[in-house]
Every structure is written in C-alpha cells, then in structure tokens.
Design a binder for this molecule. Structure first.
Ligand code: 13P
Length: 232
C-alpha cells in the first residue's frame, strides 16, 4: 500500500526534522513483511532534508526547469541537491492558485523526462459533483498526459472532501477508481479527509492502492497510526 503525507504549508524546518526522525525510526523497526508499503512525505520546501531516510521525500511543487530566471520558483537542480525524485503535480490547491492544465502538462513532461516519480492529482468541485459530471471532468483533467508513464501514481481527491472531514462515500470512491482504472495501470490513490476511522474501508476498495493524506498526517504519530491501520 502507498501512504503519502502532504504536509502542505505546515511544519517548520526544525519541527519537520523531528517528524522525519520519529517516522524514520518507526519504519526502520517495522517487520520486513510490512516493508512492501511505500511511504511518501511532502514537506514544505524550506524543510527539505538531506540524508538517508526510509521514506520517500517528495516536493509539493517545482517549476519545470533545471534553473534560471524564475523568481521564487524551485528547479530540478534544487530538488536534486536533496535527492528528491518524487513530485506532486496537479493538487487542487495549486490549481486554485492558477496552475492550468497546460502548465500541469508541462510539469508532467518535465518530471517524466527527468525520471521523477509523479503523484498526479485530479478531483472535481462540489458543483461538478452535484451536477453528476465527475467522470467527464476527471477525464478532461487527464487529457494529453502519458498515463502509461511507468513512474506515475494517480490520486483522486474530490475538492469538496479535502479538509472538510467529509470523505467521499466508499461506493463513490470505488466507482471513480474503477473508472480511472480503465485509463491506466498506474497505482491509484484516494485523498480527501482520510483518517483513522475510514482508512481501513477506503483501502479495501478494489482499485485503491493507497491514500494521500493532509490533516491527519500533520502529527507524525497520527500518520504512523494510519500506516499501522490494520493493527488498530
Ligand atoms: P485532507 O486529508 O486534510 O482532507 O487533505 C487531503 C489532501 O489535500 C492531500 O493532498
């Protein structure tokens, strides 16, 4: 299973150092049979860590260049310095800041050219959901992307479920992931108010290969409890 923590604009460099060390110790001491899980953490870029960690450190954002005159942006040279080989693309919170499908496609192509693992996020608004246009909309968000890219993971995150405490229903997650499976063999994740009380049901959905977690991952012990959900 894939467990991904998107820390968004939370944690300082020093608090993330503590977070990473607790998580790393937990993962190092797991039984080897549990180590087939893939663990990703996306900290803020000022908290990127150097060194060897058992989890994959990823970037919440980057600009599709190696370096150059792009004020305030983060190019691949900067990610390389931290050994970061995983990127999040298409999160609705970045789309809301103006990242268009065209721009996301450019980020995707750049990440693919450089061999990065991609977690590509898609998800509909509450209005699209209420209009029963979810599938059509999700399909449009995938247009022009190489869905056969070997390092692709696709995350379905309905916008109305993010940070609201109201996850999508299991039947809805199941229907959407079955739909997405018709386009790609990439691992499929669900995100949107995943917590300890719903993770087990969500991960039992046939085409669900993992979760992308915001709020419930901010406390490292909560995130560890999610990874340990079978023991709960
Ligand atoms: P929440 O888990 O807080 O709903 O956030 C989900 C998310 O946006 C992960 O990328």
């Amino acid at each position: 299973m894939i467990f991904a923590a998107n820390l968004k604009c939370n944690h300082t460099r020093s608090s993330f150092l503590e977070y990473a060390s607790v998580l790393n110790n937990f993962l190092k001491n797991r039984k080897s049979c549990e180590n087939s899980d893939e663990i990703f953490v996306f900290p803020t870029s000022s908290a990127f860590l150097e060194g060897d960690f058992v989890f994959n450190q990823g970037a919440q954002n980057f600009y599709p260049v190696k370096n150059g005159s792009f004020t305030g942006e983060i190019g691949s040279e900067i990610l390389d310095e931290f050994g970061i080989k995983t990127v999040l693309i298409g999160h609705s919170e970045r789309r809301a800041l103006g990242e268009s499908n065209e721009f996301l496609k450019a980020k995707f192509e750049f990440a693919k050219k450089n061999g990065y693992k991609i977690i590509f996020c898609i998800g509909e608004s509450d209005i699209t959901y209420m209009n029963a246009s979810t599938k059509r909309f999700l399909k449009s968000q995938l247009e022009g992307l190489d869905l056969e890219y070997e390092n692709l993971n696709l995350a379905y995150e309905p916008i109305w479920a993010i940070g609201t405490g109201r996850s999508a229903k299991i039947s809805e997650i199941s229907e959407v992931l079955d739909f997405l499976r018709t386009f790609t063999d990439a691992p499929l994740l669900y995100g949107g108010s995943v917590n300890l009380s719903n993770i087990s049901e969500i991960l039992s959905v046939k085409n669900c290969d993992g979760v992308l977690v915001g709020s419930a991952s901010l406390d490292v012990n909560n995130f560890i409890n999610l990874i340990n959900y079978k023991k709960g």
